[in-house]
Design a protein around this ligand. Structure first.
Ligand SMILES: Cc1ncc(COP(=O)(O)O)c(C=O)c1O
Length: 419
């Protein structure tokens, strides 16, 4: 039998994409709208709160010939990726920096082994995360992005007849995640663009199995602070799981925002979600994790697809944990650009809530489409929530400059205000 050739890595590293955005704006068609939730339409800030039940059927009939399939989830899919260079893509809350060379190297080394399955238990990554967060390894559950983990987490505790409770608007996968578990979504409107935790606690019923708290909240960037979070957790019954989604934790600079890992250590019904997709810049590799108490963590692990987290993703996540200092500099620069963006947008006359994430929220109401189209014409993709507003991710300085130039167009803003 002929021996297999020994694979040799290429001498030169893979070329890195440039950080700067395209010199000329790339025109693009208007951004695809995000489907409505079916939750009764946009909720103006300060509107009276009250839960709103989104049934798992989500307003669509059962699939033809498959009555056991309950229609579609109440929120549709994501808009497609188009051919814009990443620096102009301000609609997905991605990291605008290219991957770190040390992380690329770790992934390259793993490339020569992708005929093999990865470690199904992600043992090295679990050990590194357990050490980092000072929790036992039995609490750490990696998955295909935090979206993959939360899907298994919710399905582990909620099913048909149960309720999954969250604020709205919040992360738009939440209704789909409840639907996938066969449970009902119950939503409580934001108040002044932020979580109304008293109303959320009031909405807990004997059918509530999970409360999802996104902190900072996507898409508004607003935060829940320590005392209100503690008060809320004190009110939630111990048999109801509270999942604090901290996908944007690394961008938080407000010292009063609680670290949900500490809440998790102190309270058996609190789980935390973190991701390598945002601050760590590994969005495409799909790796995130939950910290959950051991019985729940074991149930989530039992639900996970085998070998879900690729070896490339595990290697990149481990290398990223080792590259914290360089990553911290990048995160600081995103935070500095966030400040510049917020100040510039406010200076242009827009109302912008304080953001602790890597994006900002513009409640533009009827002006949403005009603003989105103007951004598209300037070669910038933003996330439109039709009739509600626009979420803009913090991009490169160049992309942010162009966004600010669009916002400074007084005619556009006057048209938006009039519509
Ligand atoms: C609040 C929130 N949670 C979780 C996720 C999922 O991220 P990932 O699955 O890439 O970890 C996102 C992605 O946009 C998000 O905004």
């Amino acid at each position: 039998m002929t021996p297999l050739p020994t694979p040799t890595p290429p001498a030169a590293p893979l070329p890195l994409p440039r950080l700067t955005s395209a010199s000329a704006p790339v025109p693009r068609p208007p951004t695809a709208p995000v489907s409505p939730t079916g939750s009764g339409g946009p909720v103006p800030p300060g509107a009276p709160t009250g839960p709103d039940v989104l049934l798992p059927t989500g307003g669509t009939p059962p699939a033809a010939g498959f009555p056991q399939v309950h229609g579609l989830p109440p929120v549709g899919g994501l808009p497609p990726v188009d051919d814009l260079p990443p620096a102009d893509e301000l609609s997905r809350n991605e990291n605008p920096f290219p991957p770190l060379p040390s992380v690329v190297e770790a992934v390259q080394a793993e490339l020569y082994r992708f005929n093999r399955y990865p470690d199904p238990g992600c043992a090295q990554l679990v050990a590194a995360l357990a050490e980092r967060h000072s929790v036992p390894a039995s609490h750490v559950v990696p998955g295909t992005g935090s979206a993959g983990v939360v899907q298994d987490l919710v399905a582990a505790v909620a099913g048909p007849g149960d309720e999954v409770l969250f604020a709205w608007r919040s992360y738009e996968a939440f209704p789909r995640i409840a639907w996938a578990a066969g449970a009902s979504s119950v939503t409580v409107p934001l108040r002044a663009e932020a979580h109304d935790l008293d109303a959320l606690a009031d909405a807990v019923t004997e059918r509530t199995r999970v409360v999802l708290v996104c902190n900072p909240n996507n898409p508004t960037g607003t935060v829940v602070r320590g005392p209100e979070m503690e008060r809320f957790l004190d009110r939630v019954p111990p048999n109801v799981l509270v999942v604090v989604d901290e996908a944007y934790r690394e961008f938080v600079r407000d010292p009063e925002v609680p670290d949900a890992v500490a809440l998790h250590r102190a309270r058996p019904n609190v789980a935390v979600l973190r991701t390598f997709s945002k601050a760590y810049g590994l969005a495409q590799l799909r790796v995130g994790y939950a910290l959950a108490h051991p019985a729940l963590a074991a149930a989530v692990r039992a639900r996970c697809l085998p070998f879900a987290v690729s070896g490339l993703a595990q290697a990149a996540a481990l290398a990223s944990l080792r590259a914290e200092r360089e990553l911290a500099e990048r995160i600081d620069s995103v935070v500095a650009e966030r400040t510049r963006l917020v100040e510039g947008l406010r200076g242009a006359g827009l109302t912008v809530p304080d953001s602790q994430a890597n994006f900002v929220w513009l409640r533009l109401g009827g002006g949403t489409a005009a603003f989105t189209d103007a951004c598209a014409a300037a070669g910038i993709a933003v996330r439109a929530y039709p009739g509600e507003g626009v979420r803009v991710s913090v991009g490169t300085a160049d992309a942010n400059d162009r966004l600010l130039r669009v916002a400074a167009d007084g005619g556009l803003l006057r048209a938006a205000a009039a519509s």
